[in-house]
Design a protein around this ligand. Structure first.
Ligand code: 2IT
Length: 446
């Protein structure tokens, strides 16, 4: 067995109850084989054994009192995965699917993603198995405060800088930042995604979606095409789907689907300003459903308990949860003539789906490259906080665009260097890995 396969097997036997982590490690390590073969120093310094092991896992009790005065308990975590190239950086997710294994997969992916951004950020991820659905404002605040009552001792602007993720938006970032500030008596850039009047960067809310569309546009440019006039299927309806729909529509594409846990919306007329603004209302309602979209807009139809991948489109952009697009979904998209799949959610596609796209010569952009604009703009927020300035929206957007182009081109080039032209999965993993691995060697056995 090869070195990479040995390490994958060791992870699988050590963490058999963490399927998503094993999936992420397998995908990354398998695509690194050509680099490992070409550069024996990675094996000599046991880089793979070290890179799959988080530097630190913090797990804690989050007790809180609900509106009926009942005491509730959730599990909170912060996984400080890798600090070779900068302080730990990554979001906080509040969702019932959160556990140590799912956060390990996200922290592992984040390490390579952050490396791709060209900015100095290590990898981390955190969260709780708390479901924000149906919670009152008071419950959300008390939960966030209790979560921070433990987390505050483990983070800091030069140590670990969290941000939002699924279930954690500007409101929750505000509550957590406020509690951190109270406990430490420090106003610092310890969080990103802050409110824009108190240290948050302009364009951060839009950045993941905007960045994904900049990446997609570059993929299209490489094959001599453009986004104008293309039909796009999106899943999800949260922050990431919102930014993606906005930029794609602005650039002349027609976004014809959205989805939630209840089913999907098909709107052949595509999105417009009013519909995109309504996505925010749906999210703010805290109900986690998209069906009301079809009640409000007569051109839209709701399909209960179905996924949007059955619609005929040019481009598919999963923007919801990990493993949301499986092999059957991939086959349906391919049969309908999809040209490009740009994964915006973290590990949104099952490995069999990715293989089906690659076999069918459908260009596939992996989440860790396509969605890196979110954390890249977080990096820009950290810079602005450090120099105590805030940049105009145009400046942040121009930086974001430049970063997305370099992520695309670096991934493209890395794939080409190893004879894997057009394989963005391998290219992204290789480009992200080399920088982190070389830093780990340089810093000794730590
Ligand atoms: O998955 C992600 O990259 C994020 N949730 C954003 C992380 C960040 O630190 O902005």
């Amino acid at each position: 067995m090869s070195y990479a396969q040995d390490v994958i097997a060791a992870v699988a036997s050590r963490d058999p109850h963490q399927p998503e982590f094993i999936q992420a490690v397998t995908e990354v390590l398998e695509t690194l084989e050509p680099v490992i073969d070409a550069k024996p120093q990675y094996q000599k310094y046991s880089i793979l054994e070290r890179i799959v092991e988080p530097e630190r896992i913090i797990s804690f009790r989050v007790p809180w009192v609900d509106d009926n005065n009942v005491i509730r308990v959730n599990r909170g975590y912060r996984i400080q995965f890798n600090s070779a190239i900068g302080p730990y950086k990554g979001g906080i997710r509040f969702h019932p699917s959160v556990n140590e294994g799912s956060l390990k997969f996200l922290g592992f992916e984040q390490t390579f993603k952050n490396s791709l951004t060209t900015l100095p950020m290590g990898g981390g991820k955190g969260g709780a198995d708390f479901d924000p659905r149906g919670k009152s404002e008071g419950e959300m605040m008390r939960f966030c405060q209790s979560f921070m009552n433990e987390l505050f001792r483990h983070i800091g602007p030069d140590t670990d800088v969290p941000a939002g993720d699924i279930g954690v938006g500007a409101r929750e970032v505000g509550y957590m930042f406020g509690q951190y500030k109270r406990l430490r008596n420090e106003f610092t850039g310890v969080f990103t995604g802050k409110g824009q009047g108190w240290g948050g960067s302009l364009i951060r809310p839009e950045a993941t979606g905007f960045g994904a569309v900049y990446f997609l546009s570059r993929m299209l440019e490489k094959i001599g095409d453009s986004i104008e006039g293309k039909t796009i299927a999106i899943s999800g309806f949260g922050n990431v789907a919102w930014g993606t729909a906005m930029k794609a529509t602005e650039l002349g594409a027609k976004v014809v689907t959205l989805s939630g846990p209840d089913g999907y919306i098909y709107d052949p007329e595509g999105m417009n300003d009013e519909k995109i603004a309504y996505m925010l209302d749906l999210r703010a309602s805290n109900n986690d459903v998209v069906a009301p979209f079809a009640e409000k807009f007569t051109s839209a139809k709701f399909f209960a308990d179905k996924k949007p991948w059955e619609v005929k489109v040019d481009i598919a952009m999963p923007c919801a949860l990990q493993n949301e697009l499986n092999e059957d979904d991939a086959k349906a998209l391919i049969a309908n003539g999809v040209k490009i799949v740009a994964e915006v959610s973290n590990m949104g596609c099952r490995p069999e789906a990715i293989n089906a796209f690659l076999d069918a010569k459908v260009l596939f952009g992996p989440g860790k490259a396509v969605n890196a604009g979110g954390v890249a703009t977080s990096g820009l927020e950290m810079t602005q906080n450090s120099i105590r300035l805030s940049w105009p929206a145009e400046e942040v957007d121009a930086n974001l665009k430049r970063i997305m182009l370099s992520i695309h081109d670096n991934a493209w080039q890395a794939a080409k260097n190893f004879g894997l032209d057009g394989n963005y999965v391998a290219g992204s993993n290789i480009a992200g890995f080399i920088k982190v691995a070389d830093a780990m060697i340089a810093q000794g056995v730590v």
